[in-house]
Ligand binder design. Structure first.
Ligand code: IMP
Length: 427
């Protein structure tokens, strides 16, 4: 029962789409287990480039069943437009399965996300404004709307009433906005019911049966380890669990079923939104990483903050996820630097610290301690095996592997599907 979890080992945008897609051909099910359309995967197939936000990237692999698990939050209008966009380009999406227990991002959740960020002013999180946090808040507060509620109008109306009861007080009295009418929301949500119906399924049952039949199931995390609500740089995090445990709760499979946990690790570091980032660069090196790496958000179009590789974070990701492998991405972006700094530890108030500090105050004060590794200037995009890489690129990868605590089993040397060096098989 090969069940693989594939997740971001840093702050998201590590190039997960490419890794998932690489496995797509041999995978029977690709499952998203958390997050929503705050994610952004770019997948390049031939000369076609696809930007996916909510759909699992397995949707592009014929023969693979894409699944939206119970832990995901679903904006129905985004989902339907993403599906029709793919259909127009000839992609068959009919195999998609959506958990009836997944929560729905309603239009009022999007409104609350935007007004609360505005209200926070300089303390804002820098959310994607897609209603993710407020939808998870409703879920935890037990006033959420689930996909299955679209098929019982009376229950749906009661639930929307309950959700809007407090929100309308807040919107009108606190944020100075107009109240939202229950009927309008119910009508909008019911309008999605028929189109979504063919996809709605008991995904927990389907996935557990698939594992019993020895099918290959890939659980695809959105965002990244350091954006995890429990294990990330709280409060500058997303509102779900991208870490490996999230795959179990967000898809309804037991931890004993998971066979491999693969962390996607960029050869340098990026972050979108606010929050601490010890190796962030504000100079021309940062600019160059952004330009060469194309570091602009797929979802928001925002420039990503860029910095050198941080081994402290990678070690932390290995620990909290129980990583068995790394997929190192975007190594080609580092071509051309004479020397490449790698953060091996932090200095916090004059002390050298080897592991991620649990105290937020300490993390905010962490200064990177760099080791300089020799760079390379040869084009590496055509490399097919590890030995094709220039000696210094090999040494860079080996050094990262040693510092990060798990084997690097694949290396991305370019954006295309075939621009990957596979060292160990994931299956
Ligand atoms: P939210 O997920 O929209 O609530 O945003 C919370 C934080 O997570 C913000 O800093 C976002 O920029 C960040 N974030 C959300 N989704 C992604 C992603 O897919 N990649 C990188 N950062 C993300």
């Amino acid at each position: 029962m090969p069940a693989l979890v594939l997740l971001g080992a840093q702050w998201g945008d590590e190039g997960k789409g490419k890794a998932t897609d690489l496995l797509g051909g041999s995978v029977d099910y690709v499952v998203r287990y958390q997050g929503g359309n705050n994610a952004g995967h770019t997948v390049v197939v031939g000369d076609q480039k696809y930007a996916l936000h909510l759909l699992p990237s397995g949707i592009l692999s014929p023969g693979c069943t894409p699944v939206i698990g119970n832990g995901v939050v679903v904006d129905p209008s985004v989902l339907l437009s993403e599906l029709s966009g793919l259909n127009e380009r000839g992609v068959d999406t009919s195999k998609l399965l959506i958990s009836g227990n997944a929560h729905i991002i309603t239009s009022y959740n999007v409104t609350v996300d935007k007004v609360s960020e505005r209200f926070l002013g300089k303390r804002k999180i820098g959310t994607t404004g897609r209603g993710i946090g407020p939808t998870y808040a409703d879920k935890i507060n037990r006033v959420g709307i689930r996909v299955q509620d679209l098929y019982d109008e009376s229950i749906l109306t009661q639930k929307v009433e309950a959700a809007l009861d407090v929100k309308n007080q807040m919107l009108t009295k606190f944020y100075n906005r107009r109240a939202i009418a229950v009927e309008q929301v119910v009508e909008e949500l019911l309008g999605y019911a028929d189109e979504l119906a063919p996809y709605v399924a008991d995904t927990v049952l389907v996935l557990n049966q698939a594992l019993e039949q020895d099918k290959v199931v890939l659980f695809e995390g959105g965002q990244g380890t350091l954006l995890d609500i429990d294990h990330g740089t709280y409060p500058f995090v997303t509102s779900s669990n991208p870490t490996a445990g999230g795959a179990c709760t967000g898809a309804g499979v037991g931890p004993t079923k998971i066979s491999r946990v693969i962390g996607i690790l960029k050869a340098y570091t990026t972050r979108v939104g606010a929050g601490p980032f010890p190796t962030e660069l504000f100079d021309e090196d940062g600019e160059a990483l952004r330009r060469i790496g194309g570091e602009r958000g797929v979802t928001t179009g925002r420039d990503r903050r860029c910095g050198w590789f941080d081994a402290v974070i990678a070690r932390y990701a290995t620990r909290v996820n129980g990583l068995t492998d790394f997929f190192l991405t975007k190594l080609d972006v580092l071509t051309g630097w004479e020397q490449i700094p790698v953060c091996v530890a932090y200095e916090i108030d004059g002390r050298r610290v080897e592991e991620l500090p649990y105290s937020q105050t300490d993390f905010h004060h962490a200064k990177p301690v760099y080791e300089m590794l020799p760079g390379w200037s040869e084009d590496i995009s055509k490399a097919k095996s590890f030995s094709d890489l220039p000696k210094n690129a090999q040494a860079y990868v080996k050094a990262l592997e040693e510092m990060s605590g798990a084997p690097i089993s694949a290396i991305g040397v370019g954006p295309g599907r075939d621009e990957t060096i596979q060292i160990n098989s994931f299956l």
